[in-house]
Design a protein around this ligand. Structure first.
Ligand code: NAD
Ligand code: MG
Length: 387
């Protein structure tokens, strides 16, 4: 990396991606200046991070926690703010790099505010891109922002595409671990508990994405994410199950060459790739020891037990507002599953039901997307209570 100081904002600083990002920054403190750090409600942890990194401003999205944040930051000279408008305002201050690491469509408006400043957006928050699709990509182009994917698969594809022409791509293959239930029968799946679903075999992640990995909605959302990031056409995007999570994704070219990116199951690798881009930086991650790993295996996904990737492909095909409906319905279903209100197999069934009942016209703006999101959530909640 160059010697000049770069500015950084982390939206969702207290989460799993936020922690991995700040771990890398901590090891390179003299290269970064922190503008804004945000969290949903954990004021104590946010204040601790803001003090450690000398942030300009700290924001709790849930205003109820603003007094606690103010108290925890007293005397530090760090601004404390709360509520959704403050979150957007903090993102709109702009930074050389904004790490979008809020979970869910809740991250969409602040991510769009950062895009409008035209810097680098290191995107982990896939739900925002899935929901806003064309609206977000148009804003990226209009404001000259640079969208760098942190999601490990998309970061791998981004690296495999660098220096190559999209027109020569034959296939882009997203790898999927298959999640903790990849070998479970339908009967066993219907009795799966939240504790079992969040215990991912390879990755240590937030609760929502862990459940998404178990249902395969994570791969479904990633298919839609890839569709927007890498415009080669939906018919060139494939999914393969790869339980070891070593090959993070692949690109096959017309001459028969397949390029893949491999690495440890540690999100600091793709995060570092985005933070240092187009250069490279050191990470503390263990080197890849393929002799120790021994075997890499691959198999086709099973869309009967895991309908999520089929639903996502259909939503991407329909386009417009439909992926936002799928995402919102999934967010509500996952929360209901984690809250013990619906069974594991009801998640995809409920998403399919909402998709069948609500097909709004394509959104033309951020507020259109948020309207679709709100309505789809309301419909999904009705299904939860009537189940
Ligand atoms: P997490 O639950 O650990 O953290 C989420 C962060 O967002 C926290 O800082 C939380 O305070 C904040 N947040 C939650 N709800 C919010 C709201 N309503 N408003 C404002 N802020 C809110 O989640 P995570 O695992 O770090 O995932 C974050 C995003 O990155 C997700 O979109 C996920 O799909 C994506 N992602 C995560 C991983 C991973 O390994 N964890 C890998 C790839 C992609
Ligand atoms: Mg991923």
């Amino acid at each position: 990396m160059t010697g000049s100081l770069r500015s950084l904002t982390v939206l969702g600083a207290t989460g799993s991606i936020g922690a991995s990002t700040l771990d890398l920054i901590r090891r390179n403190r003299d290269e970064w200046r922190v503008v804004a750090l945000t969290a949903h409600s954990n004021a104590a942890e946010l204040a601790k991070l803001a003090r450690e990194f000398g942030a300009e401003v700290a924001v709790v999205a849930d205003e109820v926690h603003l007094p606690a944040l103010r108290e925890a930051l007293a005397g530090s000279g760090i601004e404390a703010a709360g509520g959704p408008a403050a979150l957007i305002e903090a993102a709109a201050r702009g930074a050389d790099v904004t790490v979008a690491a809020i979970v869910g469509c809740a991250g969409l408006a602040p991510t769009m505010a950062a895009i409008e400043q035209g810097g680098i957006i290191a995107l982990a928050n896939k739900e925002a891109l899935v929901s806003a699709g064309e609206v977000m990509m148009a804003a990226v182009a209009r404001h000259g922002a640079t969208l760098l994917p942190i999601d490990s698969e998309h970061n791998a594809i981004f690296q495999c595409l660098t220096g190559n022409n999209h027109a020569h791509v034959r296939w882009i293959t997203l790898t999927a671990s298959g999640g903790p239930f990849r070998d479970w029968s339908w009967e066993r799946l219907s009795a799966a508990t939240p504790a079992e679903a969040v215990r991912h075999p390879n990755w240590d992640m937030g609760a929502k994405i862990s459940v998404d990995s178990a249902t395969m909605f994570n791969k479904g959302l990633e298919l839609i994410e890839a569709y927007h990031l890498f415009p080669v056409g939906l018919d060139k995007l494939r999914i393969i199950v790869h339980p070891q999570s070593v090959v993070h994704s692949m690109v096959e070219y017309r001459d028969g060459s397949t390029l893949a990116q491999l690495g440890p199951s540690d999100m600091r690798v793709p995060i570092a790739s985005a933070l240092a881009w187009p250069a490279r930086m050191d990470t503390p991650c263990a080197p890849l020891d393929l002799a120790e790993i021994g075997e890499l295996t691959f198999r086709k996904p099973d869309e009967v037990r895991f309908p999520a990737t089929r639903l996502a492909r259909e939503a991407a095909q329909a386009g417009g507002a439909i992926p936002a409906v799928l995402n919102a319905a999934n967010e509500i279903a996952v929360a209901a599953f984690l809250g013990g209100q619906i069974s594991f197999t009801r998640i995809s069934a409920q998403v399919e039901d909402v998709l069948g009942s609500y097909a709004p016209p394509p959104p033309g703006s951020l507020s259109d997307v948020l309207e679709v999101d709100t309505e789809a959530r309301a419909r999904a909640r009705v299904l939860v209570t009537s189940t």
